[in-house]
Design a binder for this molecule. Structure first.
Ligand code: NDP
Length: 319
Protein backbone atom coordinates (compact mmCIF):
# COMPACT_ATOMS: atom_id res chain seq x y z
CA UNK A 1 0.00 0.00 0.00
CA UNK A 2 1.25 3.51 -0.83
CA UNK A 3 2.43 5.58 2.11
CA UNK A 4 -0.20 7.97 3.47
CA UNK A 5 0.95 11.54 3.34
CA UNK A 6 -0.49 15.02 3.67
CA UNK A 7 0.96 18.24 5.01
CA UNK A 8 -0.52 20.01 8.05
CA UNK A 9 -1.30 23.25 6.22
CA UNK A 10 -2.84 23.87 2.82
CA UNK A 11 -3.83 26.54 0.35
CA UNK A 12 -7.49 27.27 -0.14
CA UNK A 13 -10.26 29.83 -0.54
CA UNK A 14 -12.34 30.74 2.49
CA UNK A 15 -14.73 33.36 3.85
CA UNK A 16 -15.37 34.53 7.36
CA UNK A 17 -18.44 36.66 6.70
CA UNK A 18 -21.35 36.36 4.28
CA UNK A 19 -21.53 38.27 1.03
CA UNK A 20 -20.62 38.06 -2.65
CA UNK A 21 -17.44 36.17 -3.49
CA UNK A 22 -15.73 39.30 -4.74
CA UNK A 23 -16.21 40.91 -1.32
CA UNK A 24 -15.69 38.04 1.12
CA UNK A 25 -13.70 35.21 -0.48
CA UNK A 26 -10.00 35.23 0.37
CA UNK A 27 -7.03 33.09 -0.55
CA UNK A 28 -5.25 31.44 2.40
CA UNK A 29 -1.95 29.59 2.51
CA UNK A 30 -2.16 28.21 6.04
CA UNK A 31 -5.51 26.48 6.38
CA UNK A 32 -5.42 23.33 8.51
CA UNK A 33 -5.61 20.14 6.45
CA UNK A 34 -8.74 18.31 7.68
CA UNK A 35 -8.29 15.04 9.57
CA UNK A 36 -10.50 12.34 8.07
CA UNK A 37 -13.00 10.70 10.45
CA UNK A 38 -13.30 6.90 10.62
CA UNK A 39 -15.72 6.75 7.67
CA UNK A 40 -13.93 9.42 5.61
CA UNK A 41 -11.08 9.63 3.14
CA UNK A 42 -8.79 12.62 2.71
CA UNK A 43 -8.61 13.67 -0.93
CA UNK A 44 -5.89 15.71 -2.60
CA UNK A 45 -8.25 17.83 -4.69
CA UNK A 46 -7.14 18.17 -8.31
CA UNK A 47 -10.24 19.83 -9.76
CA UNK A 48 -13.42 21.33 -8.30
CA UNK A 49 -16.64 22.70 -9.77
CA UNK A 50 -18.81 25.58 -8.61
CA UNK A 51 -22.55 25.35 -8.10
CA UNK A 52 -25.12 28.11 -7.59
CA UNK A 53 -25.68 26.73 -4.09
CA UNK A 54 -22.10 27.77 -3.21
CA UNK A 55 -22.92 31.38 -4.07
CA UNK A 56 -26.31 31.24 -2.30
CA UNK A 57 -24.68 29.79 0.82
CA UNK A 58 -22.00 32.50 0.73
CA UNK A 59 -24.81 35.06 0.69
CA UNK A 60 -26.32 33.47 3.81
CA UNK A 61 -28.94 31.02 2.47
CA UNK A 62 -28.11 28.51 5.19
CA UNK A 63 -27.46 29.66 8.71
CA UNK A 64 -23.72 30.02 9.23
CA UNK A 65 -22.08 28.94 12.44
CA UNK A 66 -21.70 31.60 15.09
CA UNK A 67 -18.87 34.03 14.30
CA UNK A 68 -15.95 33.79 14.10
CA UNK A 69 -16.41 31.15 11.40
CA UNK A 70 -14.29 30.17 8.44
CA UNK A 71 -15.85 28.36 5.51
CA UNK A 72 -14.13 26.79 2.51
CA UNK A 73 -16.85 26.57 -0.17
CA UNK A 74 -17.14 23.87 -2.83
CA UNK A 75 -19.39 20.80 -3.20
CA UNK A 76 -17.85 19.03 -6.21
CA UNK A 77 -14.38 17.49 -6.15
CA UNK A 78 -12.20 15.13 -8.15
CA UNK A 79 -8.85 14.03 -6.82
CA UNK A 80 -6.68 11.32 -5.31
CA UNK A 81 -7.14 9.56 -1.97
CA UNK A 82 -4.18 10.29 0.33
CA UNK A 83 -5.51 8.98 3.67
CA UNK A 84 -8.29 6.62 4.71
CA UNK A 85 -10.24 6.47 7.99
CA UNK A 86 -10.21 3.27 10.05
CA UNK A 87 -13.63 2.10 8.81
CA UNK A 88 -13.15 2.85 5.12
CA UNK A 89 -13.55 -0.26 2.96
CA UNK A 90 -14.26 1.04 -0.56
CA UNK A 91 -11.12 3.07 -1.25
CA UNK A 92 -7.38 2.93 -0.74
CA UNK A 93 -4.60 5.47 -0.91
CA UNK A 94 -3.90 6.36 -4.54
CA UNK A 95 -7.48 5.82 -5.83
CA UNK A 96 -8.75 8.49 -8.21
CA UNK A 97 -12.19 9.51 -6.95
CA UNK A 98 -14.90 12.09 -7.46
CA UNK A 99 -18.11 13.14 -5.77
CA UNK A 100 -20.38 15.76 -4.23
CA UNK A 101 -18.82 16.01 -0.78
CA UNK A 102 -21.99 17.18 1.01
CA UNK A 103 -24.68 14.58 1.55
CA UNK A 104 -27.42 17.23 1.93
CA UNK A 105 -26.93 20.62 0.26
CA UNK A 106 -28.30 22.51 3.26
CA UNK A 107 -25.85 20.86 5.67
CA UNK A 108 -22.52 21.44 3.98
CA UNK A 109 -19.09 20.85 5.47
CA UNK A 110 -17.07 23.81 6.73
CA UNK A 111 -14.10 22.62 4.66
CA UNK A 112 -15.24 22.14 1.06
CA UNK A 113 -13.53 21.35 -2.22
CA UNK A 114 -11.94 24.74 -3.02
CA UNK A 115 -8.79 23.83 -1.13
CA UNK A 116 -5.89 21.47 -1.70
CA UNK A 117 -7.39 18.78 0.56
CA UNK A 118 -10.90 17.85 1.66
CA UNK A 119 -12.21 15.06 3.92
CA UNK A 120 -15.23 13.15 2.60
CA UNK A 121 -17.39 10.20 3.70
CA UNK A 122 -16.54 7.25 1.46
CA UNK A 123 -20.21 6.63 0.63
CA UNK A 124 -20.41 10.01 -1.17
CA UNK A 125 -17.62 9.10 -3.59
CA UNK A 126 -17.01 6.84 -6.56
CA UNK A 127 -13.98 5.89 -8.59
CA UNK A 128 -13.38 8.38 -11.39
CA UNK A 129 -14.49 6.99 -14.77
CA UNK A 130 -11.35 6.08 -16.74
CA UNK A 131 -12.25 8.17 -19.77
CA UNK A 132 -12.68 11.42 -17.82
CA UNK A 133 -10.01 13.96 -16.92
CA UNK A 134 -10.11 15.35 -13.38
CA UNK A 135 -11.80 18.61 -14.52
CA UNK A 136 -14.42 16.61 -16.42
CA UNK A 137 -15.06 14.38 -13.42
CA UNK A 138 -15.33 17.36 -11.05
CA UNK A 139 -17.99 18.88 -13.29
CA UNK A 140 -20.44 16.03 -12.83
CA UNK A 141 -21.39 14.96 -9.29
CA UNK A 142 -23.87 17.47 -7.87
CA UNK A 143 -25.46 18.29 -11.23
CA UNK A 144 -25.78 14.71 -12.47
CA UNK A 145 -27.14 13.54 -9.12
CA UNK A 146 -29.71 16.34 -9.34
CA UNK A 147 -30.62 15.41 -12.91
CA UNK A 148 -30.97 11.71 -12.16
CA UNK A 149 -32.70 12.11 -8.80
CA UNK A 150 -35.24 14.62 -10.10
CA UNK A 151 -36.16 12.39 -13.04
CA UNK A 152 -36.45 9.39 -10.75
CA UNK A 153 -38.69 11.30 -8.33
CA UNK A 154 -40.96 12.23 -11.26
CA UNK A 155 -41.24 8.58 -12.25
CA UNK A 156 -39.70 9.34 -15.62
CA UNK A 157 -39.44 6.28 -17.86
CA UNK A 158 -38.91 5.08 -21.42
CA UNK A 159 -41.28 6.50 -23.99
CA UNK A 160 -42.14 9.66 -22.04
CA UNK A 161 -41.62 13.19 -23.31
CA UNK A 162 -39.87 15.91 -21.37
CA UNK A 163 -39.42 19.67 -21.46
CA UNK A 164 -36.29 20.99 -19.75
CA UNK A 165 -36.35 24.64 -18.65
CA UNK A 166 -32.76 25.86 -18.51
CA UNK A 167 -31.29 23.24 -20.85
CA UNK A 168 -27.86 24.91 -21.15
CA UNK A 169 -27.00 25.12 -17.45
CA UNK A 170 -25.02 22.76 -15.26
CA UNK A 171 -28.11 20.73 -14.37
CA UNK A 172 -30.03 21.15 -17.65
CA UNK A 173 -27.22 19.82 -19.87
CA UNK A 174 -27.27 16.64 -17.80
CA UNK A 175 -31.06 16.34 -17.54
CA UNK A 176 -31.17 16.22 -21.35
CA UNK A 177 -28.52 13.50 -21.55
CA UNK A 178 -29.77 11.42 -18.61
CA UNK A 179 -33.41 11.62 -19.80
CA UNK A 180 -32.31 10.34 -23.19
CA UNK A 181 -29.66 7.73 -22.41
CA UNK A 182 -30.61 6.47 -18.94
CA UNK A 183 -34.40 6.74 -19.02
CA UNK A 184 -35.08 6.44 -22.78
CA UNK A 185 -37.09 9.64 -23.33
CA UNK A 186 -39.24 9.60 -26.47
CA UNK A 187 -38.87 13.32 -27.06
CA UNK A 188 -36.82 16.04 -25.41
CA UNK A 189 -37.52 19.76 -25.72
CA UNK A 190 -35.34 22.30 -23.93
CA UNK A 191 -35.17 26.07 -23.49
CA UNK A 192 -32.11 28.29 -23.82
CA UNK A 193 -31.04 31.40 -25.69
CA UNK A 194 -30.56 30.79 -29.42
CA UNK A 195 -26.75 30.77 -29.37
CA UNK A 196 -26.81 27.56 -27.31
CA UNK A 197 -29.17 25.62 -29.60
CA UNK A 198 -26.44 23.58 -31.28
CA UNK A 199 -25.07 22.45 -27.94
CA UNK A 200 -28.51 21.36 -26.75
CA UNK A 201 -29.12 19.39 -29.97
CA UNK A 202 -25.70 17.73 -29.67
CA UNK A 203 -26.66 16.58 -26.17
CA UNK A 204 -29.88 14.99 -27.41
CA UNK A 205 -32.58 17.68 -27.49
CA UNK A 206 -35.07 17.09 -30.33
CA UNK A 207 -36.66 20.52 -30.04
CA UNK A 208 -35.03 23.76 -28.86
CA UNK A 209 -37.00 26.78 -27.68
CA UNK A 210 -35.63 30.31 -27.42
CA UNK A 211 -37.06 31.46 -24.10
CA UNK A 212 -36.48 35.09 -25.05
CA UNK A 213 -38.99 34.73 -27.91
CA UNK A 214 -41.41 31.96 -26.94
CA UNK A 215 -43.33 31.23 -23.75
CA UNK A 216 -43.42 27.52 -22.98
CA UNK A 217 -46.97 27.77 -21.66
CA UNK A 218 -48.11 28.83 -25.15
CA UNK A 219 -46.63 25.79 -26.93
CA UNK A 220 -49.31 23.61 -28.58
CA UNK A 221 -47.51 20.50 -27.28
CA UNK A 222 -47.73 19.38 -23.66
CA UNK A 223 -45.17 17.10 -21.98
CA UNK A 224 -45.24 14.10 -19.64
CA UNK A 225 -42.63 15.75 -17.44
CA UNK A 226 -41.34 19.31 -17.16
CA UNK A 227 -37.98 19.63 -15.40
CA UNK A 228 -37.61 23.24 -14.24
CA UNK A 229 -34.00 24.25 -13.57
CA UNK A 230 -34.81 27.97 -13.85
CA UNK A 231 -37.51 28.58 -11.24
CA UNK A 232 -40.57 29.14 -13.41
CA UNK A 233 -43.11 26.91 -11.73
CA UNK A 234 -46.15 28.82 -12.97
CA UNK A 235 -45.06 28.33 -16.58
CA UNK A 236 -43.92 24.76 -16.04
CA UNK A 237 -47.30 23.57 -14.71
CA UNK A 238 -49.00 25.00 -17.80
CA UNK A 239 -46.68 23.07 -20.13
CA UNK A 240 -47.28 19.64 -18.60
CA UNK A 241 -49.87 17.09 -19.74
CA UNK A 242 -52.85 16.20 -17.56
CA UNK A 243 -51.51 13.63 -15.08
CA UNK A 244 -47.89 14.64 -15.76
CA UNK A 245 -45.20 15.69 -13.30
CA UNK A 246 -43.20 18.87 -12.80
CA UNK A 247 -39.77 18.74 -11.11
CA UNK A 248 -38.81 21.97 -9.34
CA UNK A 249 -35.25 22.39 -8.10
CA UNK A 250 -35.12 26.18 -7.54
CA UNK A 251 -36.73 27.49 -4.36
CA UNK A 252 -39.92 29.57 -4.57
CA UNK A 253 -43.67 29.05 -4.58
CA UNK A 254 -44.76 25.68 -5.97
CA UNK A 255 -48.18 24.63 -7.21
CA UNK A 256 -49.47 21.17 -8.17
CA UNK A 257 -48.53 18.99 -9.98
CA UNK A 258 -45.04 20.33 -9.24
CA UNK A 259 -42.93 18.88 -6.48
CA UNK A 260 -39.59 20.04 -5.17
CA UNK A 261 -36.53 17.86 -5.53
CA UNK A 262 -33.45 18.32 -3.40
CA UNK A 263 -30.26 16.49 -4.26
CA UNK A 264 -28.86 13.91 -1.87
CA UNK A 265 -25.24 13.02 -2.60
CA UNK A 266 -24.57 9.32 -3.06
CA UNK A 267 -21.59 7.59 -4.62
CA UNK A 268 -23.90 4.76 -5.69
CA UNK A 269 -25.64 7.10 -8.14
CA UNK A 270 -22.29 7.89 -9.73
CA UNK A 271 -21.45 4.18 -9.89
CA UNK A 272 -24.80 3.40 -11.50
CA UNK A 273 -24.18 6.00 -14.21
CA UNK A 274 -20.54 5.01 -14.77
CA UNK A 275 -21.14 2.66 -17.73
CA UNK A 276 -22.96 5.39 -19.67
CA UNK A 277 -20.25 7.90 -18.87
CA UNK A 278 -17.52 5.47 -19.93
CA UNK A 279 -19.40 4.68 -23.15
CA UNK A 280 -19.42 8.41 -23.86
CA UNK A 281 -23.22 8.61 -23.87
CA UNK A 282 -23.36 11.04 -20.96
CA UNK A 283 -20.71 13.71 -21.43
CA UNK A 284 -19.47 16.43 -19.10
CA UNK A 285 -20.11 19.95 -20.40
CA UNK A 286 -17.50 22.40 -19.13
CA UNK A 287 -18.13 26.09 -19.63
CA UNK A 288 -15.78 27.20 -22.44
CA UNK A 289 -14.51 30.22 -20.48
CA UNK A 290 -13.00 27.77 -17.97
CA UNK A 291 -11.48 25.82 -16.45
CA UNK A 292 -10.44 28.67 -14.19
CA UNK A 293 -7.02 28.37 -12.52
CA UNK A 294 -6.99 28.17 -8.72
CA UNK A 295 -5.87 31.80 -8.52
CA UNK A 296 -9.12 32.89 -10.25
CA UNK A 297 -11.84 31.40 -8.08
CA UNK A 298 -13.36 34.86 -7.51
CA UNK A 299 -13.58 35.36 -11.29
CA UNK A 300 -15.11 31.88 -11.61
CA UNK A 301 -17.84 32.85 -9.11
CA UNK A 302 -18.44 36.11 -10.97
CA UNK A 303 -18.99 34.11 -14.16
CA UNK A 304 -21.36 31.68 -12.44
CA UNK A 305 -23.26 34.62 -10.93
CA UNK A 306 -24.06 35.99 -14.40
CA UNK A 307 -26.54 33.11 -14.74
CA UNK A 308 -25.23 32.61 -18.29
CA UNK A 309 -22.71 29.79 -17.71
CA UNK A 310 -22.86 26.98 -20.24
CA UNK A 311 -22.59 23.64 -18.46
CA UNK A 312 -20.30 23.69 -15.46
CA UNK A 313 -17.84 26.27 -14.14
CA UNK A 314 -14.73 24.27 -13.23
CA UNK A 315 -11.59 25.19 -11.26
CA UNK A 316 -8.39 23.38 -12.24
CA UNK A 317 -5.64 22.78 -11.32
CA UNK A 318 -5.99 23.09 -7.55
CA UNK A 319 -2.42 23.70 -6.45
P1 NDP B 1 -26.43 27.44 -13.99
O1 NDP B 1 -25.85 28.66 -13.40
O2 NDP B 1 -25.50 26.44 -14.59
O3 NDP B 1 -27.50 27.88 -15.11
C1 NDP B 1 -27.08 28.74 -16.09
C2 NDP B 1 -27.90 28.53 -17.35
O4 NDP B 1 -29.24 28.91 -17.12
C3 NDP B 1 -27.39 29.33 -18.53
O5 NDP B 1 -26.85 28.43 -19.50
C4 NDP B 1 -28.63 30.06 -19.04
O6 NDP B 1 -28.78 29.93 -20.43
C5 NDP B 1 -29.78 29.35 -18.37
N1 NDP B 1 -30.91 30.23 -18.16
C6 NDP B 1 -30.93 31.37 -17.40
N2 NDP B 1 -32.18 31.90 -17.41
C7 NDP B 1 -32.94 31.10 -18.20
C8 NDP B 1 -34.31 31.11 -18.61
N3 NDP B 1 -35.15 32.06 -18.20
N4 NDP B 1 -34.73 30.12 -19.40
C9 NDP B 1 -33.90 29.13 -19.83
N5 NDP B 1 -32.60 29.07 -19.48
C10 NDP B 1 -32.13 30.03 -18.69
O7 NDP B 1 -27.32 26.74 -12.88
P2 NDP B 1 -27.51 25.18 -12.53
O8 NDP B 1 -28.02 24.48 -13.73
O9 NDP B 1 -26.31 24.66 -11.86
O10 NDP B 1 -28.66 25.29 -11.42
C11 NDP B 1 -29.93 25.77 -11.78
C12 NDP B 1 -30.71 26.10 -10.52
O11 NDP B 1 -31.01 24.89 -9.83
C13 NDP B 1 -29.98 27.00 -9.52
O12 NDP B 1 -30.93 27.88 -8.93
C14 NDP B 1 -29.49 26.01 -8.47
O13 NDP B 1 -29.28 26.59 -7.19
C15 NDP B 1 -30.61 25.00 -8.48
N6 NDP B 1 -30.19 23.67 -8.03
C16 NDP B 1 -30.96 23.03 -7.10
C17 NDP B 1 -30.63 21.77 -6.68
C18 NDP B 1 -31.51 21.05 -5.72
O14 NDP B 1 -31.09 20.03 -5.15
N7 NDP B 1 -32.76 21.50 -5.49
C19 NDP B 1 -29.41 21.11 -7.14
C20 NDP B 1 -28.71 21.84 -8.20
C21 NDP B 1 -29.10 23.09 -8.59
P3 NDP B 1 -28.80 31.26 -21.36
O15 NDP B 1 -27.44 31.86 -21.27
O16 NDP B 1 -29.16 30.70 -22.70
O17 NDP B 1 -29.84 32.16 -20.75
Amino acid sequence: MAAESAPEKMKGWAYTQEGKAVNVLQFHTDLPVPTPKDDQVLIKVIAAALNPVDAKRMLGLFRSPEPPFLIVPGYDAAGVVVKVGSQVTKFKVGDQVYGNINEHPAHPKLFGSLAEYTAVEENLLALKPNNLSFPEAASLPLAIETAYGGLEQAGFSAGKSILVLGGAGGVGTLVIQVAKHVFGASEIAATSSAKKFELLKSLGADKVIDYTKENVEDLPQKFDVVYDAVGQCERAVKAVKEGGKVVEIVGGPISPPASFYIVISNGLTLEKLKPLIEEGKVKPVIDPIGPFPFSQVVEAFAHLDTGRATGKVVVHPIA
